[in-house]
Design a binder for this molecule. Structure first.
Ligand code: C2E
Ligand code: MG
Ligand code: MG
Length: 601
């Protein structure tokens, strides 16, 4: 940001802006912080007054040189005016310390010397002084020196800190941001992750085609990385302020860096790595040609892999080189123990991507039973994954991953289509028009295409909308009430039944609950478990049943395992139940056998 201001002001000066009749915009150089270190308060007051008269407004002043380094680091002034002759610590010593410091090294320093101090000037020059100013200070001389130094430094910083092809910060500036992030990092705020991203195509294009094409690819990649970092920052749950730290940088011809803060856990880092890989791998079109980059990512986490910028950079770089050398995984963590687990998940994630098309997903059906007549009145479809090596997996072991990897909509669509196909088959086989519920996750509900997916599946199979129940959890509904409400009305208009799942485990607001067009309320298993002995649970279930009925909903209890629980629920006025007592979720054939047995009975 600062460099843009500097550059803008420099070009404005060169263009002769300010001489036109237009009202002159305020010169942004004047907003630069000017720092002064001089043991004589009179001198610092005088300089400040002169500079204020010239329009400067931001000053950092100390009369004790021993404070100066700390102040410099904290305040990051655009220029330092430094007295040479001071007690306790001379200006020479301070200058030497500044030039030896990695983060302060490039701050321009104007040294205040006696007019005849040739020897002192030479020494200061050797130590890295940017310019000199004679004492006693002449006002116009002072203003000129400060302005020229700031303007020159703007160019200097642009060249020094930014990559010409992509405009991204170079490692020196990135490191400064990284140091800053690490210094103020509060572990409670989440993990800091450094991504070292290798994109070999940027080098290959330069070597096999030409520099221009290589630069164009680097530019596109830089833009994607910037958007990715900005999206991450825009998430209030994940982000903290990264205003001053550049989160993306160009580390080399085919090498980029990305810094992310406020990550909840390692799984969140993994999910971001997956997303970044798909984003960067999307082909880029150049005229008639397409280039698809193959990113290799190394990830280091602070403090696990180091607490300094060097350590983190090195760990992430080594990891990305490992990933590239291995070739079978696109990202590597710096620490070995994370990799083992992560690669398993990566492999599982890739397999999950193809599970539906390979026919590995299965539906099990669990009967919903009428409490009064103890007869099956419907079913809930629950997905399983028949993994080629691991056997039948329950949704708990892959649905969260599917959500993280953005695959849940794909799986959700498969479930809806399969349920409709099964319903049509059952009708043809004479099992009647039974109602079946599908679970819909947040991403699926929020995606906005749920209605069209349902409509299409119903149309293709000829199943009536009234046969489908959509189960939504409280958190899905409460997350974005306005959007949720609109979506629910659309579903109702389609003719499907709406059920609120796991009721009591989320934070439903009663005022919303009465507005939602819901048909069924499912009492969560946790309230059923201790029935009939748990007095609190009896009271809760009784209240929820009354609440549901008074809002015009039917009430079903899930997780019913014992006859005593069933009796209790019946006594409390619950309409239906679902649970191992009657049947576990079973494959289609077994469910149809249950239906047939009921008809025969
Ligand atoms: P849910 O919708 O609350 O489903 C009820 C879960 O309780 C099922 O677990 C079921 O097997 C289990 N259950 C049923 N009766 C009993 C009982 O008497 N005792 C005990 N201890 N458990 C019982 P399952 O099949 O493992 O599914 C877990 C969750 O996974 C479901 O919770 C649902 O949130 C999710 N899920 C399942 N299928 C899908 C799907 O197709 N799409 C989405 N988005 N989520 C799904
Ligand atoms: Mg459910
Ligand atoms: Mg449930």
């Amino acid at each position: 940001m600062k460099n843009e201001v500097w550059a803008a002001s420099v070009s404005a000066r060169l263009d002769g802006a300010g001489e036109s009749a237009e009202p002159t915009p305020r010169n942004p150089l004047l907003d630069t912080k000017v720092m002064m270190v001089d043991d004589e308060p009179l001198m610092t007051d005088l300089i400040q007054t002169y500079l204020e008269d010239a329009g400067y407004s931001q000053f950092v002043v100390t009369n004790d040189p021993c404070n100066a380094l700390e102040l410099l680091r904290r305040e990051e002034p655009g220029v330092l005016l430094l007295d040479l002759m001071m007690p306790r610590m001379s200006g020479f010593e301070l200058l030497e310390a500044i030039r030896a410091d990695r983060t302060l090294r490039y701050i321009p320093v104007i040294v205040l010397t006696a007019a005849d101090g040739a020897e002192a000037k030479l020494r200061a020059l050797q130590l890295g002084a940017t310019d000199f100013l004679a004492k006693p200070v002449d006002e116009s001389e002072l203003v000129l020196r400060v302005r020229n130094t700031l303007a020159f430094h703007g160019y200097y910083r642009q060249v020094l800190d930014f990559d010409a092809a992509t405009g991204l910060p170079l490692p020196r500036l990135f490191d400064r941001g990284l140091i800053e992030v690490l210094q103020r990092h509060d572990p409670v705020g989440g993990l800091v992750a450094l991504f070292s991203v290798q994109l070999p195509e940027c080098r290959q294009l330069r070597e096999t085609v030409d520099q221009t094409l290589a630069d164009s690819l680097a530019k596109v990649m830089a833009q994607r990385l910037r958007h990715f970092a900005a999206d991450h920052r825009a998430d209030p749950l994940l982000a903290t302020s990264l205003e001053r730290a550049p989160p993306v940088c160009r580390l080399g011809v085919d090498h980029f860096g990305l810094l992310l803060e406020g990550l909840a856990d390692v799984a969140a880092v993994e999910a971001l790595a997956h997303r970044l890989i798909s984003l960067l791998s999307e082909p880029v079109g150049f005229g008639h040609h397409e280039v698809a980059a193959s990113p290799w990512i190394g990830i280091s986490l602070s403090p696990r892999d180091g607490s300094t910028s060097e350590a983190l950079r090195q760990a992430a770089d080594i990891a990305s080189t490992h990933a590239r050398a291995r070739g079978d995984v696109q990202y590597q963590f710096a620490s070995a123990d994370l990799n083992t687990r992560s690669h398993e998940r990566f492999a599982l994630g890739s397999q999950l991507r193809n599970a539906a098309s390979r026919g590995e997903l299965r539906l099990h059906y669990q009967p919903k039973v009428d409490l009064a007549g103890n007869r099956i009145v419907g079913a809930e479809a629950l997905v399983r994954w028949q993994h080629p090596e691991r056997g039948l997996l329950a949704p708990g072991s892959f649905i969260p991953m599917a959500e993280e990897l953005g695959l849940i909509r794909h799986i959700g669509r498969w479930v809806i289509e399969q349920v409709c196909k099964d319903l049509a088959d059952w009708a043809r086989a004479g099992h009647g028009a039974i109602k079946v519920a599908v679970n819909v996750s947040k991403a699926q509900f929020m995606a906005g295409d749920l209605c069209s997916v349902l409509r299409l599946a119903l149309f293709d199979t000829g199943v009536a909308a009234g046969q489908l129940v959509v189960e939504l959890t409280e958190s899905v509904l409460m997350d974005d009430v306005a959007a949720g409400m609109a979506q629910m009305h659309e579903l109702k208009a389609l003719g499907v039944t709406l059920s609120i799942d796991d009721f009591g485990t989320g934070y439903s607001s009663l005022s919303y609950l009465k507005q939602f067009p819901l048909d069924e309320l499912k009492i969560d298993r946790s309230f059923v478990r201790d029935l009939p002995g748990g007095h609190a649970d009896v009271a809760i279930v009784r209240t929820v049943v009354e609440l549901g009925h008074s809002l015009g909903m039917s009430v079903i209890a899930e997780g019913v395992e014992t006859e005593a629980q069933r009796e209790c629920l019946q006594r409390l006025g619950c309409d239906r139940y679902q649970g191992y007592l009657f049947s576990k979720p079973v494959p289609e054939e077994d469910f149809l056998r249950l239906l047939a047995a009921q008809r025969g009975a």
